[in-house]
Design a protein around this ligand. Structure first.
Ligand code: IPD
Length: 258
């Protein structure tokens, strides 16, 4: 196994164990915005990941949700969300994950998303496919929106919620069903595994989606922005599908932008 992957898996499992141990306990919550919160466990999990990864690769940079950006000496950085699904976690809802990606020369080359409650670990290395707990996975074959289970997320910025609800309404009338799980990393992995057929969201951060975007692509999925342009991790928006559904999705999302 690639040693970087080994380090990422070690970090994700150690952080996941800490999150599972702390799950359901009353947590101190701090607010980053009106509804955007952070628990002491986000910080603890990030510390575990930072120590593991920067201990093993001291010259690499890191972009992490709580600690921000740390410049490295080489053109490689870890992109980390120690707890994707913080709101779920804080409420005792067991839908959250640890997300770790490695980017080199501006390209994500490795992604690990670990769900400690279900003991599911999604792993992708560029060019090597995606595995869930060591078994290869792939996207669904659903080719009509009316048969598709579609997931989304809503922005923390309240001013953007009405527009997001409008688009949600349009999708609700055309898809088989809509879901809002509360973890972008798991949304991407579930499309990669064919459990969900499509996902779209705006107002998302690089750490929420860096690992999942590679996991999705290596599983045969497609990812773009709302207009169908190539996906960029810092762009803040994504449309994700099994490929077959993509034109129908982008028709709605691009129309939504006007
Ligand atoms: C959030 C989750 C959520 C998505 C938000 C993210 P966090 O991440 O991924 O599903 O809708 O946009 O910020 O804050 O729990 O790490």
């Amino acid at each position: 196994m690639n040693t970087e992957l080994e380090a990422a898996l070690g970090a994700a499992h150690a952080a996941g164990e800490a999150l599972r141990d702390g799950f359901g306990l009353r947590r101190q919550v701090r607010y980053k915005g009106e509804v955007d919160l952070v628990t002491e466990m986000d910080e603890r999990a990030e510390e575990i990941i930072r120590e593991t990864l920067l201990g093993a690769y001291p010259s690499y940079g890191m972009l992490a949700e709580e600690g921000g950006a740390l410049r490295g000496e080489v053109d490689a950085r870890w992109i980390v969300d120690p707890l994707d699904g913080t709101t779920n976690y804080a409420h005792g809802l067991p839908v959250f994950a640890v997300s770790i990606a490695l980017e080199k020369a501006g390209e994500v080359v490795l992604g690990v998303v670990h769900d400690p409650m279900r003991e599911e670990t999604f792993v992708a290395e560029r060019g090597n496919g995606t595995a869930l707990n060591g078994e290869p996975i792939g996207v669904s074959r659903t080719d009509e929106l009316v048969k598709a289970l579609v997931v989304t997320g809503f922005p923390y910025d309240r001013d953007e919620v009405p527009a997001a609800l409008d688009l949600f309404g349009r999708f609700s009338m055309l898809a088989q069903g809509m879901r809002r799980l509360g973890s972008a990393a798991l949304d991407l992995c579930y499309v990669a595994a064919g459990r969900l057929d499509a996902y779209y969201e705006r107002g998302i951060h690089a750490w929420d989606v860096a690992a999942g975007s590679l996991i999705l692509q290596e599983a045969g999925g497609m990812i773009t922005d709302y207009r169908g342009n190539p996906f960029e991790i810092e762009r803040g928006e994504l449309v994700v599908s099994n490929g077959a559904l993509h034109p129908a999705l982008v028709e709605l999302t691009s129309e939504h932008l006007g």
